[in-house]
Write a protein that binds this ligand. Structure first.
Ligand SMILES: [Fe+2]
Length: 244
């Protein structure tokens, strides 16, 4: 008979996966509901196909792009960015990691930590992504997506990549995606490591406020997570699993 502890862990895992799938469904509905002309539908379907191509490369991080886009959208709305701008930003965030299409499998799918050479190859997903997106039309609208792809790994203290930009030199929308991206990376299970709980993920983001992340964005992110009861909903599951 399966161990009770294992059963509880399995339930918590399935509930977490269910949360993730709900996000994906919600984000697909959200994207489609805001499309009001044929050109927008075409551009959204191109974006979705690109993201699907990326997700197919790495099944363990499938869904990452959609979740990051959704967290980014929540933060942008909390910051009272106009809805029309939020809609375009959502699409830009969806494509933030698109340059990983150009990263070889042996680096992208490596389970262990990367050596220096591999890390440099991985870093190039930012510049590859920017190159891909800068060639998409309409050029003016793709500027934000290009900046987000290029600069979402920059840090406020200048220790990020690819250019080591500091503070307000980092484009604002890339600073939003940096928080959403880091939070999702921390809270997602990998084949070799279990993700942190959502509460621990938020605590880590707060710990890096000012050094890695823009304090204004972190404060908006904290409010988003509190308002959505996101932390407590998941924490109960974690507590259940741990107390049994
Ligand atoms: Fe990235």
């Amino acid at each position: 008979m399966p161990d009770l502890q294992q059963l509880h862990e399995k339930i918590a895992e399935l509930e977490k996966r269910n949360d993730e799938l709900s996000f994906l469904l919600y984000s697909a509905l959200l994207a489609n509901s805001s499309l009001n002309d044929k050109d927008e539908l075409v551009s959204m379907s191109v974006i979705r196909s690109l993201v699907l191509a990326l997700d197919s490369r790495d099944p363990y991080t499938a869904g990452h792009s959609s979740r990051v886009a959704l967290y980014s959208l929540w933060i942008a709305r909390q910051l009272e960015i106009p809805e029309e701008e939020c809609k375009h930003f959502y699409r830009a965030a969806l494509m933030h990691d698109i340059g990983k299409i150009g990263v070889p499998d042996k680096v992208l799918l490596k389970a262990d930590s990367l050596d220096d050479d591999e890390f440099h190859i991985m870093i190039s997903h930012t510049t590859i992504g920017a190159r891909i997106l800068s060639r998409m039309e309409p050029e003016k609208r793709m500027l934000q997506a290009t900046e987000v792809a290029k600069y979402h790994h920059e840090k406020m203290d200048g220790s990020g990549y690819p250019d080591g930009l500091r503070g307000e030199d980092i484009p604002f929308f890339a600073r939003i995606v940096a928080v959403a991206d880091a939070f999702d990376a921390m809270t997602t299970d990998r084949p070799y490591a279990k993700g942190r709980s959502y509460r621990e993920g938020v605590q880590e983001i707060i710990r890096c406020k000012g050094s890695h992340f823009d304090p204004v964005v972190v404060e908006a992110f904290e409010k988003v997570m509190e308002h959505r009861d996101y932390l407590d909903g998941f924490q109960k599951l974690t507590d259940q699993a741990e107390s049994n």
